[in-house]
Design a protein around this ligand. Structure first.
Ligand SMILES: [Zn+2]
Length: 256
């Protein structure tokens, strides 16, 4: 297994890379997001140089609130282009995989329609990514796209798209962890881990919330998945993410 950490997009990206490398993570889950890590505001040259110096692996992560399921064509196209505009940089940074998030849609767009519109958007993104040797993974998010059916619709329509399981998201509102893992274990390419109390996406350290981590890690290991895990534990005190890594390693070792 490889364990990574995400940069905080509110902080300077070069400083975040230093911080993540100094805590000996295997990779950075490189999120290019407003306000301080957007593709248009970062010093690309400095970021690439720092990544090289750090030796960190890279997984790409894009803004989680893009309107991929907007019924208005120009808005959907703008969302698609926003992601496409980051792909070359992710590739240069050393990424092989980039996460996108499905959009629930607005107003009269029901979940079924949103799934079709997301599929249209992700098809274009996957095609562009494939041209430069990148693969795209779709993350389950709280709301309708934490359920198996709409995610399945998108994954079926876009065979090049793989699945990114966010365990924290799978527990918000209702426990869908087992269903998601069972449905998409063959498409699983990346995992995000954080704890919560089942009401909101709290991004707590593992063990601080209500998720049964022995069960979760055991179930993931049982599928044969042994690849990248990002600890999405958000705190200015990095001892919480480092402690979560210790816990994850311990659980992984003791899982059968
Ligand atoms: Zn996530």
């Amino acid at each position: 297994m490889q364990i990574g950490m995400m940069n905080n997009p509110r902080n300077d990206l070069v400083g975040e890379i230093d911080l993540i490398a100094s805590h000996d993570f295997d990779f950075i889950d490189l999120t290019l997001e407003y306000p301080r890590s957007g593709i248009d505001v970062i010093d690309k040259k400095a970021v690439l140089a720092k990544l090289k110096e750090s030796g960190l692996g890279v997984i790409g992560h894009t803004t989680y609130y893009l309107p991929f399921a907007s019924p208005i064509d120009t808005i959907r196209v703008a969302a698609i282009n926003e992601v496409i505009g980051t792909l070359k940089f992710f590739k240069e940074a050393g990424a092989g995989m980039v996460t996108v998030h499905p959009d629930s849609g607005v107003g009269p767009v029901d979940t079924r329609t949103a799934a079709s519109l997301n599929a249209l958007s992700f098809k274009v993104i996957c095609d562009e990514a494939a041209k430069i040797g990148l693969s795209i993974v779709m993350e389950n998010v709280p709301g309708p796209f934490s359920s198996v059916e709409p995610l399945k619709t998108v994954l079926k329509a876009v065979p090049a798209l793989s699945f990114h399981l966010d365990v924290g998201h799978a527990f918000v509102g209702r426990n869908r962890f087992r269903q998601l893992l069972a449905a998409f274990k063959d498409k699983l390419q990346h995992v995000h881990l954080s704890d919560n109390r089942f009401r909101g996406d709290d991004h707590m350290p593992l063990g601080a919330g209500n998720i049964d981590w022995t069960e979760v890690i055991g179930a993931i290991k049982k599928t044969g998945y042994d690849s990248t895990f990002t600890l999405e534990v958000f705190s200015n005190d990095k001892r919480y993410v480092v402690g979560s890594r210790d816990k994850l390693k311990e659980l992984w070792r003791s899982a059968s």
